[in-house]
Design a binder for this molecule. Structure first.
Ligand code: ES4
Ligand code: ZN
Length: 326
């Protein structure tokens, strides 16, 4: 359709993308073989069949198993480059990508190995595809504050290559306030801050991310709509929400895509964006998220253009770089 053609040709920024969530089953099986790592699937097809999630934790359990095939610097490089090839096909011009270092260091992979592999692929991508990128390192919120501080310490030699810290993994029972001190320390190092909030957790966690973690963006933020005072605050401060429709569908945040709040968010004047989260697990990259959401909730051409604009406005690019994209 015309709307799909518009979506495909619009330049976009991707602001919510877990690198480990771009690990396609084919690459998982190939890397398992290459590294002699055991995975619970005999084939890519078998892996895909297992991707039927009841909630966030149910997904995370498989996500942490899948990433065990990532061992060498080359693995991280190949994973990252494969993502950017797909992003290029979707006309993504800028990506701010999440990495979960603790998903690797906790199983004995060196922090610097991950960083070298990812960053060399980012450089190659800028040369080959003219896609710019920034890196956001997420703390795993189901692990301790002390472990997060160890991760921040490992970041210190890489500070000029890290844009921000984030907060990911199991939200319920792990409120933003658990990481108040480590986010303050990250801010003192000059890092920007984002946090997953209001994906499964309540509107109060969104408020806490703003008040306690002083975040520059909210990842997801769906549940903020339960609190109209919070909605007014998000609107008044032009806070970016990095929304992920196919993720919300796959993890049962919404029962049907027709019930997704993306249209409501735009109608309320919120700076919502559309992103792909863990595309290898949730059934599509960024254009597929735009197309499926647009069809399900009836986005207009103007809505789609606004979403693409919001993706640059909400990015950590400088003012001049942003205007060059609009
Ligand atoms: C995630 Cl969908 C989602 N939510 C929270 N943390 C995550 N890490 C990877 N995907
Ligand atoms: Zn996410």
């Amino acid at each position: 359709s015309d709307l799909h053609a518009l979506i495909e040709r619009l330049p976009k920024a991707e602001l919510h993308l877990h690198l480990e969530g771009t690990l396609e089953p084919e690459m998982m099986v190939a890397l398992a073989e290459r590294n002699g790592v055991d995975i619970p699937y005999a084939s890519a097809q078998e892996a895909r069949k297992a991707y039927d999630f009841s909630d966030l934790q149910d997904f995370l359990d498989l996500y942490y198993v899948g990433m065990k095939v990532l061992v060498t610097e080359r693995d991280f490089h190949d994973l990252t480059l494969a993502y950017f090839e797909r992003a290029h096909a979707d006309n993504v011009r800028h990506a701010e990508i999440f990495l979960d270092p603790q998903g690797h260091t906790e199983r004995g992979i060196d922090f610097d190995v991950c960083m070298r592999g990812v960053l060399s692929a980012c450089e190659e991508t800028e040369e080959r595809f003219a896609i710019t990128s920034k890196l956001i390192l997420c703390f795993l919120r189901d692990l301790s504050e002390e472990k997060a501080f160890e991760t921040l310490e490992a970041c210190k030699p890489w500070l000029d290559r890290i844009e921000a810290v984030g907060l990911a993994s199991a939200e319920k029972g792990n409120p933003p306030s658990k990481f108040a001190r480590v986010f303050q320390a990250a801010a003192d190092l000059g890092l920007k801050r984002v946090a997953h909030a209001g994906e499964e957790g309540p509107a109060e966690y969104v408020e806490e991310a703003l008040d306690v973690l002083k975040v520059d963006r909210i990842d997801h933020g769906n549940r903020a709509l339960d609190d109209m005072a919070l909605v007014r605050r998000l609107k008044a401060t032009a806070m970016t929400l990095t929304v992920c429709p196919l993720s919300n569908l796959a993890l049962k945040g919404v029962a049907r895509l027709e019930d997704h709040p993306i249209r409501t968010m735009l109608d309320l004047g919120l700076r919502a964006t559309v992103n792909s989260d863990d595309p290898a697990y949730f059934g599509g990259y960024v254009n597929e998220n735009y197309r499926r959401a647009a069809d399900a909730v009836g986005l207009t051409r103007e809505d789609v253009i606004q979403l693409a604009k919001n993706s640059f406005l909400g990015s950590f690019l400088g003012e001049e770089e942003i205007y060059a994209h609009l």
